[in-house]
Design a protein around this ligand. Structure first.
Ligand code: NI
Length: 173
């Protein structure tokens, strides 16, 4: 197992749609293990394979915390949203690939996702609240979509300006 480097906004693979996984093999399981380790290291609640430079439809999520120890850990391969509620939910969202940037994103309040685990077993997740939001965010990554794409043009410009400034300051420091 190894912590992999998380790609940042501006790196091309983040914008490429991931390929469907065809082989549920040791290579896939190793990728999943690395993704989990990388997500925990970065203190995130979700991570998608393109974020570690692998253009495959794989994501991991872990929403367990002290208040919600059963919140659940998910490994999803080739996940598809098969149902979304009409009800919307607005909440702040961030991304490990755009560190320290955050804005309010409107998402479906509930989703049903079907996919497979790393061994190829079929999984269905019915989710509301934070899990529903995190699933939509991670599945977006598999299509090359980032949360900033879901902001108004005005808010996106403001966030990108802030991001560029923070990157410049980082480079200086
Ligand atoms: Ni993200």
């Amino acid at each position: 197992m190894a912590v992999r480097r998380i790609l940042l906004l501006g790196e091309k693979i983040l914008r490429e749609p991931g390929l469907e996984v065809e082989a549920f093999d040791d290579e896939l399981r190793a990728l999943v293990e690395d993704m989990l380790e990388t997500m925990y290291y970065a203190d995130g609640i979700g991570l998608a394979a393109p974020q570690v430079g692998v253009s495959l439809r794989v994501c991991v999520l872990d929403l367990r915390d002290e208040d919600d120890p059963d919140g659940g850990r998910w490994v999803l391969v080739n996940p598809v949203i098969v149902e979304s509620s009409d009800e919307e939910d607005k909440a702040p969202e961030g991304c490990l690939s755009i560190p320290e940037m955050e804005d309010v994103v409107t998402r479906a309040a509930g989703v049903t996702v079907q996919g497979f685990d790393a061994d190829g077993e079929a999984i269905e997740v019915e989710a509301e609240g934070l899990l529903a939001r995190a699933l939509q965010h991670e599945i977006d990554h598999l299509d090359g979509v980032l949360f900033i794409d879901r902001l108004s043009a005005y808010k996106r410009r403001a966030l990108l300006k802030k991001w560029k400034k923070s990157q410049k300051e980082g480079a200086k420091g």
